[in-house]
Design a protein around this ligand. Structure first.
Ligand SMILES: [Zn+2]
Ligand SMILES: [Zn+2]
Length: 196
């Protein structure tokens, strides 16, 4: 769709004159001034084309743009919510890991102290309990790795199928037809007037 929608007459612009367009031809995707519209309506090539008053076209386009803007901000809001949630989960995980790091460090210090201060028999006995502690920590970490929060997260957008259809199937904004309403001429009244 041309960005200068319906502002100037396309055929006149092509002949280097500037005329304000009064209608927009949906088939030509171009604006037409009153004089070019006359030719357009009688020409065999274009007499079946659908035209729409420029003002109406602009309003319609504005409505569509607004709707698309709304959809876009909804999607961005959703993206922000999901990513914020993800970040807060990751923050929680990191703080848990930090705590664990401190615990494991102090376990390492204990092992060091045991080696330096205790007799061989005492070291042998203490090693057993330290080994158990280490296994516990190992288990804690592997349980953690199984949780979703520890997995790599990728945010994926699955486009609504209706949007794909819109892009491929929508060829026109709509069709224009003439709606005929009941005749407003009061035949009876005229005859009565004539009889009087
Ligand atoms: Zn023109
Ligand atoms: Zn046309």
């Amino acid at each position: 769709m041309a960005s200068s929608v319906a502002k100037y007459c396309g055929p006149c612009e092509a002949r280097n004159t500037t005329e304000i367009a009064v209608v927009w031809c949906i088939d030509c995707d171009d604006g037409l001034c009153p004089s070019c519209l006359e030719h357009h309506e009688v020409s065999k090539a274009s007499n079946k084309h659908q035209t729409i008053p420029v003002m109406e076209f602009k309003t319609l386009r504005k409505q569509i743009n607004n709707h698309i803007d709304d959809l876009e901000s909804d999607l961005l809001k959703q993206l922000e919510d999901v990513s914020n949630q993800n970040i807060s989960e990751i923050d929680k995980l990191l703080s848990k890991l930090k705590d664990k790091e401190t615990q494991i460090k102090s376990l390492g210090d204990s092992i060091h102290r045991i080696k330096e201060t205790l007799s061989n028999v005492q070291v042998f006995l203490a090693t057993k309990s330290v080994g158990e502690k280490l296994r516990e920590e190992q288990e804690w970490i592997s349980t953690l790795c199984d949780q979703d929060v520890a997995k790599e997260s990728i945010l994926e957008l699955s486009a609504d199928s209706q949007l794909t259809h819109l892009l491929t199937d929508l060829k026109h904004f709509g069709t224009i037809k003439v709606v005929r309403k009941t005749c407003q001429i009061k035949v009876g009244a005229w005859e009565q007037q004539r009889a009087a």
